[in-house]
Design a binder for this molecule. Sequence first.
Ligand SMILES: *[C@@H]1O[C@H](CO)[C@@H](O)[C@H](O)[C@H]1NC(C)=O
Ligand SMILES: *[C@@H]1O[C@H](CO)[C@@H](O)[C@H](O)[C@H]1NC(C)=O
Ligand SMILES: *[C@@H]1O[C@H](CO)[C@@H](O)[C@H](O)[C@H]1NC(C)=O
Length: 322
Amino acid sequence: MRVLGPLVLALCSLATLAQEEDKDCTVCTTNQFAKCFGPTCDCILKVSTDINVPVNCSKLTSKCWMMKHEMYKKKNIGSRIIIPTEHAMLDNDGIYDPDCEQDGKFHAKQCNGTDTCWCVNTAGVRRTDKGDENKVCHELVETYWFQIQLRHKPMEKAIDQAKLQEAIKNMFAGYQVDPKYIEKIEYLEDDRYIIVDLKQNISVDSPTDLATVAYYLEKDVKGSTLFSELHSRSIQDDGIPFDGTKLGFEQLYVYYIDSKNPEFSMKRMTPGIIAVIVIVCLAVVAGLVVLFFTQRKAAKSHIYQKAEGRELDEIQKQQLTT
Ligand SMILES: *[C@@H]1O[C@H](CO)[C@@H](O)[C@H](O)[C@H]1NC(C)=O
Ligand SMILES: *[C@@H]1O[C@H](CO)[C@@H](O)[C@H](O)[C@H]1NC(C)=O
Ligand SMILES: *[C@@H]1O[C@H](CO)[C@@H](O)[C@H](O)[C@H]1NC(C)=O
């Protein structure tokens, strides 16, 4: 009964308020997962497919509700959205000054102008432990799969799936991505995530530099485009053209999946799960997440083992302030 009270209340308030979502009333400062509606700005938290509980945004939401919400998300979003968890360790690697080949590719070995070196993949992301200047990197391992997770800003109208697919394809066309590389575009309505899988088979295709595409995209989402003003951009500061209006983005994660397992020493891994590196930079509006798992294992399961994140925005902030 203690539980049912708030639930009934929540369901009622949802029913009455759902039609009139107030677009100026979207932030619950104490709970980013709460959704707020209506003139009185009532906020709710989804804890199961059909249960929402009221949330008081001047207080912390109870641990029990937060855990329930997390479990709900895990069950429903499951393997599609990879959220850094207790398995995700922050690794404040920072951006580095890379060594590049003549043709603009990353050198397999990177040292950041110091005597600490490591190996990277074709996306320039570290995939080994750090070592000294004698560190050996046998090859530049291919990042063949990029999963781009874009979270869009709340929209007043429900999203039309077909129009969304079209808009996302157009967006990538603006980055010169051949549609054949877009394996799948999926929409997770509850969380407002658009998940795009870009894949290339290097042994068959002449490679598009998807790492570069992802980098340009990241900058555009963050509002610090790499394009000149003369270039017609896919993503304007207020988003992409969509259904007669604009679809804006508030978060971006990019997962880089390599064709070979990364090589981190076992002491850095949690037993039983697949190696993952997660790079998170949520400091500005967008995040960049980097993740590896083996091709073979990835097909079977998206369970992952070990994650690290690092702040990539420091340099950007410095650039902004200077
Ligand atoms: C929310 O919590 C604050 C602080 O405890 C309290 O003053 C307020 O009445 C609560 N609001 C609702 C709608 O319960
Ligand atoms: C690279 O060097 C810069 C400047 O010394 C430093 O701030 C940054 O953290 C380094 N990055 C890595 C990945 O070591
Ligand atoms: C790439 O294509 C080759 C030849 O068709 C195939 O043997 C290989 O498994 C493909 N690799 C991937 C990652 O799909």
